[in-house]
Ligand binder design. Structure first.
Ligand code: R5P
Length: 336
């Protein structure tokens, strides 16, 4: 009789690449479920729970010896807890003799602390990279990192993918006249990503000169580019308190812009964000589900699109040793 154990061994000998082994922490269970469905698989069994004092307990329920593991865990709120949970999950797989561990981090928390802007500051994005590596992670799959240079903070492999095509495709469905459309970067740091966005949409580009004099407070100073009488699509990686986007939208209106749309990948939505988006002169805000939102109570002007299919494709390609960059026409985009 062929026992389950013998069957698994035979299967591995016939197909040495194994099946995709997908697991998830607790930071975005809905996205993890959708990714599993996109891959035609289910999430692997694992216990993740809290002790009374807040410490986290993890146990992988099945043998993963010799397996290639993918763990989905965006580092969204509560960011420190979700980060610690990911580290403990990685440690559990390492000690269970997994062959490789890929952390799928659709939203990389602490990404904005990627350099020292004044003396005696931490570079926390690098610290997070070190923590993941020390825990036993072999590869990271990240989406729309705040800056591409964060890839270089790792001494392990990083695959960096982009949700731009999902957002661009949605804007295309609105059938806006591209001759009368401007893609707007809400700050100078986002110019490169907005330039790709404007190229994909086939429209012109404008830039907001943004200042931050105080912690977590953004001031939109002036618009560089022509927005008068034009529809505008602002594109950002993160909406956190929505100060940048709301300030920029008000400024665009003052400068005579027509309808204003906002596309952003990561809806961090802290504190006053949703109210600011409601109050701002914005027609529609389109974000993705790298971070979970309470969709039942979202105002109708905020739309959330799924990145599950894209993550699924990337995971499948990593697993099968296929190109990731060709999935995004990345080589073409970088020739600017
Ligand atoms: C900053 O450089 C980022 O790209 C975002 O523009 C920023 O994090 C948004 O923050 P907030 O929504 O709080 O203005």
């Amino acid at each position: 009789m062929i026992t389950d154990e013998v069957y698994e061994k035979l299967k591995r000998e016939i197909n040495p690449t194994h099946d995709i082994k997908l697991f998830a922490g607790r930071s975005n269970p809905k996205l993890a479920q959708e990714v599993a469905e996109a891959l035609g698989t289910t999430l692997g069994p694992m216990i993740v729970k809290d002790f009374a004092d807040g410490e986290i307990y993890v146990q992988v329920k099945d043998s993963v010896r010799g397996d290639d593991i993918f763990i989905i865990q965006p580092l969204c709120k509560p960011v420190n807890q979700n980060l610690m949970e990911l580290l403990i999950i990685i440690d559990a797989f390492k000690r269970a003799s997994a062959k490789s561990i890929t952390a799928v981090i659709p939203y990389y928390g602490y990404a904005r602390q990627d350099r020292k802007t004044s003396g005696r500051e931490a570079i926390t994005a690098k610290l997070v990279a070190d923590l993941l590596t020390t825990a036993g992670c072999n590869r990271v799959l990240a989406m729309d990192l705040h800056t591409g240079q964060i890839q270089g903070f790792f001494n392990i492999l990083v695959d960096h993918i982009f949700a731009t095509s999902i957002l661009v495709n949605y804007i295309r469905t609105l059938n806006l006249d591209t001759d009368n459309l401007v893609a707007v970067s809400p700050d100078t740091g986002g110019v490169q990503r907005t330039r790709h966005f404007s190229k994909d949409l086939g429209c012109s580009l404008a830039i907001i000169d943004k200042r931050r004099d105080k912690h977590n407070e953004a001031i939109a100073n002036c618009v560089i580019g022509d927005v008068k009488g034009k529809n505008c699509v602002m594109f950002d990686d993160i909406i956190d308190t929505a100060g940048s986007i709301a300030g920029a939208a008000n400024l665009l209106k003052q400068e005579g812009a027509k309808d204003i749309y906002v596309c952003a990948v990561h809806p961090v939505f802290s504190g006053p964000a949703i109210q600011r988006l409601i109050d701002a002169p914005i027609k529609e805000v389109i974000v993705t589900n790298t971070i979970p939102l309470d969709t039942e109570n979202l105002p109708s002007k905020i739309k959330q699109l799924s990145v599950a299919g894209l993550l699924g494709q990337a995971i499948s390609r990593i697993h099968d040793d296929e190109s990731i960059s060709s999935l995004f026409g990345f080589e073409k985009k970088m020739t600017v």
